[in-house]
Design a protein around this ligand. Structure first.
Ligand code: HEM
Ligand SMILES: [Ca+2]
Ligand SMILES: [Ca+2]
Length: 318
């Protein structure tokens, strides 16, 4: 696929305060809701892997269309991730109406929030257009699940041009944020530390998780930190944890035992600089993955709705 032309100067004349407005919004939002950074980072990943970084994940369902947001895997995306984008969009529409795409806001907000958590800076080029469609049916099978075989996880990344090493680097995102108990609880029982395919939980950690999640079937909102050591800091602790049996998801354990990924997990657990460099480069690459320019998309008036669909109520006319 041809790489469309994005530039860092895209809004320099049409919306010179773009960067400042997004920056003010992410800082205020992260202070009032500390879960925002992880929420936005996962939201961004789930957007980019489905038809590129085009804010398709932000679209709400209508009577006529079940949108990506309502795909099963996206139901757990927290409201704070959507809210920070809506806030920036609202401020930007007051300053430079109809100019800045939701896709650009999501890309820059995510980068800012990663940096605010202590993670590496990377350049985000601008000029993405927003998608004209969003379909829940396009999601399943195109995002990794914790119980997927490694072959399939690798395929999902490689089919989008991301190497095994880049997959491992991007997974370091699990250094922040939460997972719901239902995502890993079934493997907390009856696992064997010696079986190749079972996760090698440190026994005391498994015990802790079993008690934290004991009630999860009655209370599906129960969740735990992805990184129990430094949950609110973007660092390489995710890799150190998984090596010690403190990985949370089955996929985290798989990455540290599979021969194709283990070497990179070792490298990033030893060397935070190597991780930061690889993560920054992979995020920069992710942020331009399959983006839409020109007439392939539009600048939405609101994040949650495409501007006009024939005969569809609830959407603004052009
Ligand atoms: C490699 C395969 C991956 C799998 C199987 C996976 C799976 C998951 C699952 C099941 C959760 C818990 C969601 C919940 O219960 O609410 C989660 C959380 C998260 N994932 Fe991943 N993920 C993967 C890769 C990635 C990548 C590449 C990124 C970003 C670059 C990412 C960023 C996050 C973040 C930030 C959270 C925390 C979300 C929050 O706190 O709201 N993940 N992931
Ligand atoms: Ca998308
Ligand atoms: Ca951490």
């Amino acid at each position: 696929q041809r790489q469309p032309l994005l530039t860092t100067a895209y809004y320099r004349r049409t919306c010179p305060r773009f960067e400042q407005i997004v920056q003010d919004t992410t800082i205020n939002k992260q202070i009032s809701s500390p879960t925002t950074a992880a929420a936005a980072l996962r939201l961004f990943f789930h957007d980019c892997f489905i038809h590129g970084c085009d804010a398709s994940v932000l679209v709400s369902s209508t009577r006529f269309n079940k949108a990506e947001r309502e795909a099963d895997i996206n139901l757990s995306l927290p409201g704070d991730g959507f809210d920070v984008i809506v806030r920036a969009k609202t401020a930007l529409e007051l300053t430079c109406p109809g100019v800045v795409s939701c896709a650009d806001i999501l890309a820059v907000a995510t980068r800012n929030l990663v940096v605010q958590m202590g993670g590496p800076f990377y350049t985000v080029k601008l000029g993405r257009k927003d998608s004209l469609t969003s379909r829940a049916a396009d999601v399943e099978g195109n995002l990794p699940r914790p119980t997927m075989p490694m072959d399939q996880m690798i395929k999902i990344f490689e089919s989008r041009g991301f190497s095994v090493q880049e997959m491992v680097a991007l997974s370091g995102a699990h250094t922040i944020g939460f997972s719901h108990c239902r995502e890993f609880s079934s493997i907390l029982y009856n696992y064997s530390r010696t079986s190749q395919s079972d996760p090698a939980y440190y026994p005391e950690f498994a015990k802790l998780l079993r008690s934290a999640c004991a009630d999860y079937q009655k209370n599906p909102t129960l969740s735990v930190f992805n990184d129990i050591m430094t949950p609110n800091k973007f660092d390489n602790m995710y890799y150190k944890n998984t090596q010690k049996g403190l990985g949370l998801l089955k996929s985290d354990h798989a990455l540290s035992s599979d021969t194709r990924t283990k070497g990179y997990m070792d490298l990033y657990s030893r060397d935070q600089n190597a991780f930061f460099q690889a993560f920054a480069r992979a995020m920069e690459k992710l942020s331009v993955y399959a983006v839409k320019t020109g007439r392939q998309g539009e600048v939405r008036r609101r994040d949650g709705a495409v501007n006009f669909i024939d005969g569809e109520p609830g959407n603004m006319k052009r």
